[in-house]
Design a protein around this ligand. Structure first.
Ligand SMILES: C[S@@+](CC[C@H](N)C(=O)[O-])C[C@H]1O[C@@H](n2cnc3c(N)ncnc32)[C@H](O)[C@@H]1O
Length: 315
């Protein structure tokens, strides 16, 4: 792999600083990728600390094998299953920090065989792990117009979703859509480049990727589970790259940190008190964006938003 195809970890300094790594702490990197963040966490933990890293993508296994450290374990699975591993390794409520660096990596997008890129001609696949779910190719050739429209609109927020879905279905009457550039050309005929700052295919490709990998569902699950597995004062750090992801993270953190004032003398049931209590689990910190210097060095970081929260009660 050429150097320019290597993934540069985003907001690395900020992640390491804000994790406030304890030498004997237990940490989880939910999105190992090629290990950019993980390797730097490992540099800070001591012989009694531990790092568990997960990634759904089997390509990450080889990257993980390069890390020779007995305080490190790689798990090739989705972070939506983290709670299962937390039980298995007896680390429930013992985790001092969880990080998520959402979406795809440079290694994935630059590998045309994976089908993530609208700039490289590859088979339309877009799965992080081909063991799970169906490929983008299968989905796009077998879904009806209404469903294609809904996905492109909902997960891509594409204003031309209706026209694009019609064009896809019309094209399919002649032949199956097999390749990334084939899909991109269909879109280019609908969305003109001059009307867009970004590539006309960006939103549709994002939508299909999110849908195929059930990305938003996985994010909601791990956020919810983090409340059950973090230790007291354990940190949750999430980097998102689009407004759909960020909205979920922001809403989750805000709604779990609210201090709800119950009006004096108002009759309130035990169930309600318990519910309101559960709503006050997190302390949230100011969001962090990449510096101009980082964006200049790594253009992929330009849309990154890091949100941080800390568990302030474990019950
Ligand atoms: C932005 S990259 C992470 C890069 C990594 N921080 C690094 O520095 O190398 C996002 C990674 O998340 C993985 N991923 C996406 N959805 C996942 C999920 N539900 N569970 C586990 N990993 C997932 C992708 O396979 C990809 O490797």
């Amino acid at each position: 792999m050429s150097k320019k195809n290597y993934h540069i970890p985003v907001l690395l300094k900020e992640i390491i600083q804000n994790l406030k790594i304890k030498k004997n702490g237990i940490y989880v990197d939910c999105t190992f990728g090629s290990g950019g963040h993980s390797k730097n966490i490992l540099k800070k933990i001591g012989k009694h600390g531990f790092l568990y890293s997960l990634d759904k993508d089997p390509y990450s296994i080889n990257f993980s094998k390069k890390i020779k450290n007995k305080n490190f374990k790689f798990i090739n699975d989705s972070f939506e299953n983290l709670i299962k591993y937390a039980k298995k390794f007896n680390i429930i409520k013992k985790i001092d920090g969880i990080i998520l660096d959402l979406g795809f990596s440079t290694n994935q997008i630059k590998n045309k065989k994976r089908g993530f890129s609208f700039n490289l001609n590859g088979t339309l696949d877009m799965r992080y792990n081909q063991k799970y779910g169906i490929s983008a190719k299968k989905w796009i050739n077998n879904s009806n117009k209404k469903n294609i429209f809904k996905v492109i609109k909902k997960f891509g927020q594409e204003k031309f979703a209706s026209k694009i879905s019609k064009a896809i279905v019309k094209y399919r009457e002649k032949k199956k859509i097999e390749k990334t550039l084939e899909l991109s050309e269909i879109i280019n005929k609908i969305v003109y480049k001059k009307n867009r700052k970004i590539n006309p295919s960006t939103k549709t490709f994002q939508a299909i990727r999110i849908y195929i990998n059930k990305e938003l569902k996985c994010i909601k699950k791990i956020l919810k589970d983090s409340l059950k597995i973090l230790s007291y004062k354990g940190k949750l750090l999430v980097i998102s790259f689009n407004s759909l992801e960020d909205r979920i993270v922001k809403y989750f953190m805000k709604s779990n940190s609210k201090n709800i004032n119950i009006p004096h003398k108002l009759p309130i049931t035990y169930k309600k008190i318990k519910y309101l209590d559960e709503k006050k689990k997190l302390k949230i910190f100011k969001k962090i964006l990449p510096s101009k210097k980082e964006v200049k060095k790594n253009i992929r970081s330009r849309s990154a938003i890091l949100r941080i929260a800390e568990l302030k009660r474990i019950k």
